[in-house]
Design a protein around this ligand. Sequence first.
Ligand code: APR
Length: 249
Amino acid sequence: MPSPFPPQLIQALRNARSVTVLTGAGISSESGVPTFRDPQAGLWSRFRPEDLANAAAFRRNPQLVWDWYAWRRSLVADVAPNVGHLALAKLEARVPEFTLLTQNVDGLHSRAGSRNVIELHGSLMRNRCLDENVVVEPAAGDEGRPPKCPRCGGLLRPDVVWFGDPLAPAALTAAQEAAVRCQLFFSVGTSSMVNPAAQLPMLALQGGATVIEINPEPTRISDAVHLSVRGAAGAVLSGLVMVAWPDAV
Ligand code: APR
């Protein structure tokens, strides 16, 4: 299959000092993790993420929200990073300043070997005290019911950003800086519907970066970026790394 990337872009990637990549649920869908806009699977099919991923829902029915996250944790524990995640880890090794911004909470980028990862929406792998807002590592036996904070006895919640929550200021500032200073910005597997993450490609454009989107479907930024590749993250990213560095193992 011919590369969807023009030769000058491949050359720009080889010579780039700074590359920033933003990922969404689409890159993990190839590992078997459903995207947010996919219909919910199985017993959760009657719920919308928006109805579960928020503080009011958790306070109203902690057990229901906790069970949904326990189900998502078990789903993620059973899957592996795919070639798209692995290609980004390889890319990081080739670029002097590489920043991976992810909206995903599944931890698959880190499991694939990516190191400089900013988890904009938090992580399923950690809990946070609902009252003190401090991170608490999960303990064995947490699965069945919302655990209590070992420090204050309050409820623990998953350490993920819920609808209506602000993003961690340090993570957002670092992400914005990485978008503004990079020469190449890739937006991969995201519908670009949720702010502030969806603003990051626009910041990169304003910063003078070449912005590339990878998604089988058009999104609301497709017409604004320099190149919108209609394809799956795994095939396109692994193909890109192979063309740019044929010797990459
Ligand atoms: N490769 C690349 N993109 C894909 C693939 C694939 N194999 N399969 C699906 N996609 C695309 C879809 O076309 C869609 O544009 O991935 C995107 C997934 O979009 P969403 O489900 O909206 O997920 P995302 O963009 O990550 O959502 C952002 O919204 O619900 C909140 O906090 C939640 O982090 C999430 C945020």
